[in-house]
Ligand binder design. Structure first.
Ligand code: ZN
Ligand code: ZN
Length: 353
């Protein structure tokens, strides 16, 4: 195995906010894993829409972002099993969790109040070598390409987690509306809903490319929110409104529209991440009178992730990816801030220093 350098390449966020910059540097020190940690040499990382929160300073993040990394373990801490060396692993949003709180005890570490997150509390995956907590990494199944595995780690898992919230309420053949259906998360959500859960999917997004991706992913109907009266069309198609909706875009309009898309007693799953000051704009009276349930959802469980990676290996779940070079990261993230990326952009990490 090649020796580990002292310095490495990385894409680094500077001046987060309206005038953010992303610089490509080659003088970033390679991290040193602690006793429970490993060092992973990355081959690629997906660019998640939530990177937008980091570059626009909607929250406090590390200057190296990214949380859909795939690579090989090249160094292991003293308490880590040596068998992990050389294994192909995924480095995701959940860096680690406390394992002791009531939420962790329920097997829901991704909602642990004491969790630490890759790119928020520890440096992310837009670098050649990332330090990860060995107890929380994900094994990538043999035969699954790195570039396909990467978007499963956050985009796929987030939609798997969101749909799991509806398992008790929906049955095959029920209607679900997924807004933001042509984005990195949305299109995988359409695939899981249609191909695995056997739901009838109404996809909402805008433009011909996102229409095609949504329909190819298994949506029965695509509605363009820029040109159509979406609520009227959904009512027309479903009779009383959909049985549930998942709000993927982090926009006020998407949340505002949600109650008008569903029937009474339906569930609205809240996934999109707008700026922290934006509340869900849904009338409390309407919520009560119509018996609506709003459920928050963020990523998902490790077993949901393993299941999804295997479905991707079998070709049942097929993330639509564009593969780019690390040097293209500044442009790609700028496009993400304008919702101009279709499917998922995956960045290749250079092999050599
Ligand atoms: Zn993400
Ligand atoms: Zn916990």
């Amino acid at each position: 195995m090649a020796s580990i350098p002292i310095h490495q390449q990385a894409a680094v966020v500077e001046d987060p906010g309206d005038n953010f910059k992303i610089l490509l540097r080659n003088d970033i020190p390679v991290g040193e894993p602690g006793p429970e940690e490993i060092l992973v040499k990355l081959t690629c990382t997906g660019l998640c829409h939530s990177e937008v929160r980091a570059v626009l300073a909607w929250g406090a993040y590390k200057s190296i972002i990214g949380h859909e990394g795939v690579g090989t373990v090249v160094k292991a801490g003293a308490k880590v099993s040596p068998s992990l060396m050389g294994q192909r692993v995924g480095v995701k949003w959940l860096y680690n969790a406390c394992t002791k709180c009531s939420v962790c005890q329920r097997g829901l570490a991704h909602h642990c109040p004491n969790q630490l997150n890759t790119s928020r509390h520890v440096p992310g995956t837009l670098q050649q070598y990332v330090v990860a907590d060995a107890r929380f990494i994900t094994m990538i199944p043999e035969g699954l390409a790195d570039e396909i595995a990467a978007p499963i780690l956050c985009a796929g898992l987030t939609m798997s987690g969101a749909l799991a919230h509806l398992d008790q309420e929906l049955k095959p053949g029920d209607w679900i509306v997924i807004s933001g259906s042509g984005g990195g998360l949305g299109h995988i959500g359409v695939q899981i809903a249609a191909r695995i859960k056997k739901l009838r999917v109404i996809a909402i997004d805008s433009g011909d490319a996102k229409r095609k991706l949504s329909l190819d992913s298994g949506a029965e109907v695509f509605l363009d929110f820029k040109t159509e009266d979406v609520a009227a069309r959904v009512l027309d198609l479903t009779g009383e409104g959909a049985h549930a909706t998942i709000v993927v875009p982090g926009t006020k309009e998407a949340f505002q529209m949600a109650p008008s898309l569903v029937r009474n007693m339906a569930t609205i799953v809240s996934v999109g991440l707008p700026p922290n000051h934006m509340d869900i704009p849904i009338s409390a009276t309407i919520c009560a009178a119509r018996g609506l349930t709003i459920k928050g959802s963020s990523v998902g469980t490790e077993s949901q992730l393993t299941e999804l990676l295997n479905l991707a290996l079998e070709g049942v779940i097929t993330p639509a990816i564009g593969v780019f070079e690390l040097a293209e990261t500044p442009r790609l993230i700028r496009q993400l801030t304008k919702d101009e990326i279709m499917g998922r952009a995956v960045v290749r990490i250079p092999v050599d220093q």
